[in-house]
Design a protein around this ligand. Structure first.
Ligand code: GLC
Length: 445
């Protein structure tokens, strides 16, 4: 179901090596120039497009978002890569639009569910790689959009309003690539088709950035070509600096992800692999699907509330956010087990949200699988993911510890000394799936 994510890395490594090998040659190829623009590495990559810290603060405070993958692919129910994976010809696939008539599409219910789940923002796939736009799009090639489907209306507009009504921030996912264009696979060989293809992306991005009022997040995905190389490798084609300069004119404060090939305001990490390592310097976002696929498939491998909570904690203690995906069915209904998992996260956040929202990571570095910390003003929070038999020993914190409160249960025994802080909590009072402690300290002398 997923694209070969390894391939881009291998291709990137090869093109970087090629770049080094040909350093003495006067002319670098477009690909080599693009490859040197690797995301996050090159400070010359339009740094003026980066949002200042003050405009990123809400995103860093929000911590938790809900992603929604929804489109025509919900009908065959084989995930959002169905058209490509099953080699469905574009004309055949297009017929799905005449069946797309969601009777139970209720964006208020989606926004309510996200709010109940404790999310502070939502991101909707306004158009995935199949090219079908959920929004009214004059720029859409062949008018492949919701108003020209059986739904006969713009499905993004009421969603944006509902999300705002529920006090959440609005994020739009948009895929520059579109499998309907042969030029996606042969950009150089088919210049005219490539021109139309690129024109559609530029036109649709402008529509999305001007038709729905203020937009908080622009979430690109698939700024590659022919499913090869990295997003940055394809920057020679997409010119993401130019594209995002247009975006900034229309939406000066929108938070932009890195998948257009431009470095973006935050980094992304995708998939189910565990979150590990030290606190990351740049703001970043982990994303995965609660169900086993992004787009609708009958529920399989649905993640539990505990799994999502642990991922959230592991992201937040490392300077990250978590964006969890729901895959509603073709009728617009979010399947029940995904909703249940999300509501469980909301209940957990109601109790422990003070240690999550509006915090920053630290002061101690996290230890994989054991603990991590956040802080907010003079409050410090410790999340314990697993308790060593003999209690937990932490390195010394800045300032003398004056108290430890257990937000998960009644008791906590603690002792502060020159070597650091030792803590223990009786097994039955640890709280599931993590123990959350608030540590008070006196200001360092
Ligand atoms: C992967 C999937 C894509 C999905 C995206 C979300 O790239 O292939 O379909 O939209 O993840 O991050």
């Amino acid at each position: 179901m997923k694209p070969p994510r390894l391939l881009p890395l291998v291709a990137l490594a090869c093109s970087l090596l090629a770049g080094i090998a040909s350093a003495a040659e006067p002319q670098a190829s477009d690909e080599q120039r693009s490859a040197t623009k690797t995301a996050n590495a090159d400070p010359t990559l339009a740094p003026d497009l980066l949002l200042p810290a003050k405009d990123m603060a809400w995103w860093r405070d929000a911590k938790f978002g809900v992603f929604v993958h929804w489109g025509l692919y919900a009908i065959p129910a084989k995930g959002e890569w169905h058209m490509f994976n099953d080699k469905v010809p574009a004309a055949e696939y297009a017929k799905l639009a005449q069946q797309f008539n969601p009777q139970h599409y209720d964006p208020d219910a989606w926004a309510q569910l996200a709010a109940d789940g404790g999310a502070r923002y939502m991101v909707l796939t306004t158009r995935h790689h199949d090219g079908f736009s959920l929004f009214a799009s004059k720029a859409s090639w062949g008018q492949f959009d919701a108003p020209h489907s059986a739904a006969k209306r713009d499905l993004v507009a009421p969603w944006v309003e509902a999300v705002r009504r529920h006090g959440l921030r609005v994020g739009l996912y948009y895929s520059p690539l579109d499998w309907r264009f042969p030029a996606y696979f042969h950009p150089r060989e088919m210049p005219e088709n490539a021109r139309e293809f690129k024109q559609q992306t530029y036109g649709q991005i402008q529509e999305l950035m001007s038709q729905y009022g203020r937009i908080d997040v622009l979430w690109y995905d698939g700024g590659w070509l022919a499913h090869q190389g990295s997003d940055a490798d394809a920057a020679w084609f997409w010119e993401p600096d130019r594209l995002n300069r247009i975006v900034r004119k229309l939406q000066p404060q929108v938070v932009i992800n890195p998948r257009s090939g431009w470095q973006g305001d935050f980094d992304t990490e995708e998939g189910d692999a565990p979150i590990r390592g030290p606190i990351r310097a740049r703001p970043w976002e982990k994303t995965f699907s609660i169900n086993g696929a992004w787009g609708y498939v009958p529920e399989n491998n649905v993640k539990s509330t505990d799994e999502v909570v642990k991922a959230l904690v592991n992201a937040v203690v490392r300077n990250g956010n978590l964006l969890v995906n729901l895959g509603p069915d073709a009728d617009g209904v979010v399947p029940p087990r995904q909703s249940e998992t999300l509501r469980g996260v909301g209940r957990w956040l109601q109790r422990y949200g003070q240690a999550v929202y509006d915090t920053r990571p630290g002061p101690l570095q996290p230890v994989d699988g054991v603990y991590g910390m956040t802080q907010h003003g003079d409050k410090r929070f410790l999340f314990v993911l697993s308790w060593p038999e003999a209690g937990l020993a932490l390195p010394a914190l800045p300032g003398r510890v004056t108290g430890v409160r257990n937000l998960s249960g009644a008791d906590v025994a603690w002792r502060d000394g020159p070597q650091g802080l030792t803590l223990s909590v009786p097994a039955e009072q640890r709280g599931e799936p993590v123990t959350v402690l608030e540590i008070s300290t006196a200001a360092p002398q």
